[in-house]
Design a protein around this ligand. Structure first.
Ligand code: ZN
Length: 122
């Protein structure tokens, strides 16, 4: 079942091949302050429906993760990162972390949340 998501102003819109089975809440400084709930997808399951030029990019710390946001409304939208295996990045494999709070018609309240202690892990 295809799922759609968008930022508050609609400048960023995307499509996923299926709703998330689980989400991740991370305690690192970036995730805690943004309030994002992450749902991870392989790149082929994610389709950006708006122009790539209509997004802002934020890099910090290791600069390995591309954190995108909407320059119009400021919402944290999604991120692109290497796949991490045992907390080590595999640069050959990318994954998309979608902010599940932006999903339309998905009740994220019933989806299990895993908390990752990013504050102490990186
Ligand atoms: Zn927006």
């Amino acid at each position: 079942m295809t799922v759609h998501g968008s930022c508050h102003c609609g400048k960023t819109k995307f499509e996923l091949t299926h709703p998330p089975a689980e989400t991740t809440a991370c305690t690192c400084s970036y995730c805690a302050k943004s309030g994002a709930l992450w749902a991870y997808y392989p790149p082929e399951a994610f389709k950006l429906l708006t122009a790539e030029g209509d997004r802002g990019l934020y890099l910090w710390n290791s600069r390995m993760v591309e954190h995108y946001f909407c320059p119009g409304c400021g919402m944290t939208t999604y991120g692109v990162s290497p796949v991490f295996v045992d907390f080590k990045p595999d640069p050959e494999k990318k994954q998309i972390a979608v902010n599940a709070r932006l999903l339309d018609d998905v009740d994220i309240g019933v989806i299990p949340v895993t908390v990752i202690d990013g504050k102490n892990l990186w």
